[in-house]
Design a protein. Structure first.
Length: 420
């Protein structure tokens, strides 16, 4: 066996301990190529491709290992001959169907129609990206059983039972507002609802609607709904509703007031049954800043509070963010218990911080090691819950602005957590 650096030898030991860890094996292949051990790098890249046939990095490493020129000192500039370059054609012939062509010729996209002011016409079908059902279901949302039960009772059950819906005169339309602290998965839940309904998914934020030209914002809002109607059944997800539908009494700019008015009109449907098959979901961190008219019956009249993940959800989120990293002896249940109050975004940051801690330690000692429980617990101690400021504001709303019991779920949670 050729001589290897201590880092390569340590990495080989780590790969032997975790043979299914594709990123770790690809890192070993990178070091082998850098050290000139091309045959060994080919072997490692081949094993990686067996585990992950579509991995672009593994394919790129395979090409480099099979065709990279040997490392040699460069002659002085004046003595260099004409550049030979890398023979991509020969390399592609060698790897056959393992590696696709490096470049694919595609015809130029047709130029989008423009309006008189030079902006792209939002009526063009390519202006709004509608996603086909991708198989994400509520079962893919870890934990959060209370939210799932509320979604089933308030939204999904009537839509799943067309005969009962017809019997009781229930229209095939709906409006639901998800609210809660940031980073708790409101957007992912909206995608899961689309998956449950087998519907297309169209996500819209303030940047997609707002325009500097007079009247364009209202037209954009209309075209968004028209696109959803053409693609029905479709879940139309309005992200950051507090920006799209801010209280008109607090809006000094007449353009924004007109945009909110247009949103109200579209939610009602211009013609009877115009929104049949369009399911409107909205999300906001600050529902108290949303115009009250949007909460009127027949519009976004159902509300669900999405809180920081419970213990089963935290365990599922941690497992997801650690599954592609080199870990050893991780007690997910114990870790989930120690991270009560952290949002999904906090948990992702925790895993990133733990990986960074192990990486720096490996770089400092020259020996690659796994991410251990000590890295994760140390990271958990250094990551404060990002939802605390939100609950500080929500507490005042729950105490002094809970007209009609709008925030009863929030009051119940705050009392349970002894924050009220």
């Amino acid at each position: 066996m050729p001589d290897h650096s201590p880092l390569i030898q340590s990495l080989r030991t780590a790969v032997a301990g975790a043979p299914d860890d594709v990123p770790l094996r690809l890192h070993l292949a990178e070091l082998l190529i850098a050290g000139g051990h091309l045959d060994e790098a080919v072997a490692e890249a081949a094993v990686a491709l067996q585990h992950a046939p579509g991995d672009a990095q593994a394919r790129e490493l395979m090409v480099r290992a099979m065709g990279a020129p040997p490392q040699a000192p460069q002659p002085p500039a004046e003595s260099q001959g004409p550049p030979t370059g890398f023979n991509w054609k020969a390399a592609e012939d060698q790897v056959g169907d393992v590696v696709p062509p490096r470049f694919v010729e595609t015809p130029p996209a047709p130029e989008a129609p423009q309006t008189a002011d030079g902006s792209v016409d939002p009526g063009d079908a390519s202006a709004w990206e509608v996603e086909a059902p991708d198989g994400v279901r509520l079962a893919d949302v870890g934990g959060m059983q209370d939210v799932k039960d509320r979604l089933e009772a308030a939204f999904l059950a009537p839509l799943r039972n067309p005969e009962l819906r017809k019997l009781y005169g229930k229209s095939l339309r709906g409006g639901l507002l998800l609210y809660g602290p940031p980073g708790c998965g409101k957007t992912f839940i909206a995608r899961a609802v689309a998956g449950e309904l087998g519907a297309n998914f169209l996500s819209i934020s303030i940047n997609d609607v707002l325009d500097m030209w007079m009247g364009n914002s209202e037209r954009n809002m209309h075209e968004v709904f028209e696109t959803a109607r053409r693609q029905a059944p479709c879940v139309l997800f309005l992200d950051e509703l507090d920006a799209l539908g801010a209280k008109r009494s607090r809006t000094a700019h007449s353009g924004m007031r007109n945009t909110v008015n247009q949103l109200l009109t579209e939610l009602d449907g211009i013609d009877a049954g115009a929104n049949e098959g369009v399911f409107v979901l909205a999300a906001t961190n600050v529902p108290w800043d949303v115009d009250n008219a949007l909460r009127r019956p027949g519009r976004l009249d159902r509300t669900i509070l999405v809180l920081p993940p419970d213990a089963p959800a935290r365990e599922a989120i941690l497992r997801y963010h650690l599954k592609d990293r080199p870990v050893a002896n991780i007690d997910l249940r114990k870790l989930a218990k120690a991270t009560d109050g952290l949002s999904g975004a906090d948990l992702a940051h925790l895993c990133e911080a733990a990986a960074e801690r192990a990486l720096l330690d490996s770089a400092r000692t020259g020996t690659v090691r796994m991410i251990g429980m000590q890295d994760l617990t140390a990271a958990a101690a250094s990551v404060p819950p990002s939802s605390d400021p939100w609950f500080a504001s929500a507490r005042n709303v729950a105490m002094f602005a809970n007209e009609g019991g709008m925030y009863d779920d929030l009051v119940t949670y705050l009392k349970k957590k002894r924050k009220l």
